[in-house]
Design a binder for this molecule. Structure first.
Ligand code: BEZ
Ligand code: FE
Length: 286
């Protein structure tokens, strides 16, 4: 009989998967069982450690709400989110690189006039963000939707402070014209800690890791016929660029913010987004 033994443990479990609903599910689950069993054997997991792991995962689920996703946070701090992003968003040289989506994007942000200020709480140093959305050959992309979001000067997203910050504070969507240009005003981003009052924060502390992210502005660019780009631009010189808690920094996304002395803004950041066409370009390995 194929009873469970330490030696044959993954094979015994995987042998039960006889009527799996898809070949892909079979591939993923058998590999998961193999790696999970190998990991447990590698560290010779103790029973108290197993109990602690169950307790950790239970608390991770229990703290989740509509506005708090502790499992995504766990994936982020373990580098899993960035690895999934890397595997699924390989792009050719010259195209804008992607980074972690994060848990603070919300649907329904308003489309605003080009140049509008997304900072509704009047805090922070005003910054002009501008550039173009172009294709791999430098041609402008018209009708691209440039969706942006950031924390406020205190380091919180509007959804973290309902009733304190105005709804859709530091959020907006901008539509490019025939020249592919976008421009909006927001605040010069500030670095902030990811939520660290839950199990993931406890894990970071136990590992001697800090929870900080370097200052950044989030962007999601969509346009008909082009692959969606989810990314950030990071503020050059931020002390956390080299130790981002979620490993999101890429050299190509670090932007010098220029100090300016204008009635409408004190800082300026310029960044062009280079999109790949759907399917035709930029899917090596797929
Ligand atoms: C963010 O940049 O909004 C973010 C990303 C990962 C975890 C927490 C926050
Ligand atoms: Fe963020």
């Amino acid at each position: 009989m194929n009873y469970f033994t330490e030696d044959r443990s993954p094979d015994v479990v995987n042998a039960r998967m006889t009527e799996v609903s898809s070949p892909r599910l079979h591939r993923v689950m058998t590999s998961l069982v193999e790696h999970l069993h190998a990991f447990i054997k590698d560290v010779e997991l103790t029973e108290p450690e197993w109990e602690a792991a169950i307790d950790f995962l239970t608390r991770t689920g229990q703290i989740c709400t509509d506005t708090r996703q502790e499992f995504i946070l766990l994936s982020d701090v373990l580098g899993v989110s960035m690895l999934v992003d890397a595997i699924n968003n390989r792009v050719p040289d010259g195209a804008t690189e992607t980074t972690v989506f994060g848990p603070f994007h919300v649907e329904g942000a308003p489309e605003r006039e080009m140049g509008a200020n997304i900072s509704l709480d009047g805090k922070g140093e005003t910054c002009l963000f501008e550039g173009r959305v172009v294709d791999l050959h430098g041609n402008p992309v018209e009708d691209a939707l440039v969706s942006v979001w950031s924390d406020n000067e205190d380091g919180f997203y509007d959804v973290q402070q309902p009733g304190i910050q105005p709804a859709f504070n530091n959020r907006g969507i901008f539509r490019t014209g025939p020249d592919g240009r976008y421009a909006f005003r927001g605040i010069k981003p500030v670095s902030y800690p990811i939520p660290d009052d839950g199990p993931v924060g406890g894990m970071l502390a136990a590992l001697g890791r800090h929870p900080w992210r370097p200052a950044h502005m989030h962007f999601m660019i969509t346009a008909n016929g082009y692959r969606r780009v989810i990314t950030h631009i990071f503020v050059a010189g931020d002390p956390y660029l080299v130790s981002d808690a979620v490993f999101g920094v890429k050299q190509s996304l670090i932007v010098p913010f220029e100090k300016v002395d204008r009635p409408t803004e004190s800082w300026r950041a310029h960044f062009d987004f280079v999109l790949c066409r759907t399917d035709a370009e930029g899917r090596p390995g797929h």
